[in-house]
Design a protein around this ligand. Structure first.
Ligand SMILES: C[S@@+](CC[C@H](N)C(=O)[O-])C[C@H]1O[C@@H](n2cnc3c(N)ncnc32)[C@H](O)[C@@H]1O
Length: 240
């Protein structure tokens, strides 16, 4: 085929390839099929958390994410947006532990396990993996497109942990959340490097600084396993 024609056709070919990979019919590893079926039949939080960790990888304190999921089960969100998906375990958990969700959008510079997350979505549920910088109007527009005109019921911010980064994510995406919805920030507890000058490899950035400001402005609650812990902690805002 002439080179010029190949160049013209390449984007269409890549688009079709991507749609095929994301479809239910393309061949997926048998292990994925089995695991997906197990996830669909599972309602116990502990079992789903174990799967989130073994199938994807997750960066959460179990008791904290369990408390958040319990709140979400009360909220019954249809639309969920996660900024900063990393390996995808948390997105998986939102999809399977919060079964009311019909649209779950994950944003990351590179959403790891994107195909797998799309494949694992529950029947009647769609997972959208958006690769790129969350802190742009273009990405915000892409998120809105995935939501298909609906507002966000639950927003989870766990992306750029610098002060300016977490603030930018909050200011961009919080306006998409409906009144009565919820916003959560991860890593509201400062790490030991910040607190004691001891580098343990754990990085919670400056989320705690921005969270201190948000606490003055909104009705908030916190899920913190141990106030002495090295990072982590989830802060929740009830949007009025
Ligand atoms: C701590 S990890 C997220 C962990 C994940 N939520 C979990 O619970 O397993 C932070 C993620 O944010 C992503 N990130 C950092 N800056 C970002 C940006 N500007 N836009 C999108 N993602 C970003 C990183 O690539 C990384 O995967």
């Amino acid at each position: 085929m002439p080179m010029r024609l190949r160049q013209v056709l390449r984007p269409y070919y890549q688009h079709l390839q991507r749609r095929w990979r994301e479809s239910a019919w393309s061949s997926k590893p048998c292990a994925w099929q089995d695991a997906r079926q197990r996830a669909h039949g599972e309602t116990r939080f502990d079992a789903l958390l174990t799967m989130a960790s073994s199938e994807f990888g997750i960066t959460q304190v179990p008791s904290e994410i369990e408390a958040l999921v319990a709140r979400l089960r009360e909220l019954k969100p249809r639309t969920i947006v996660e900024i900063g998906t990393h390996k995808g375990g948390n997105s998986f958990l939102f999809c399977h532990a919060v079964t009311t969700a019909t649209r779950v959008v994950g944003v990351d510079l590179c959403v790891q396990n994107a195909d797998k997350l799309i494949h694992f979505a529950r029947d009647g549920q769609r997972y959208f993996a958006l690769h790129g910088d969350s802190q742009t109007e273009v990405m915000k527009q892409r998120v809105r497109t995935c939501l298909g005109g609906e507002q966000v019921d639950f927003l989870f911010i766990d992306g750029d942990h610098r002060y300016a980064g977490v603030k930018a994510d909050f200011e961009l995406y919080a306006p998409l959340v409906r009144s009565g919805g919820m916003i959560a920030l991860h890593d509201i507890v400062s790490d030991h490097r910040t607190r004691y000058g001891r580098d343990t490899g754990c990085y919670a950035g400056e989320v705690h600084r921005y969270w201190a400001e948000l606490k003055q402005r909104y009705a908030c609650s916190e899920f913190i396993s141990d106030p002495e812990q090295d990072g982590f902690g989830i802060g929740v805002i009830d949007v009025r």
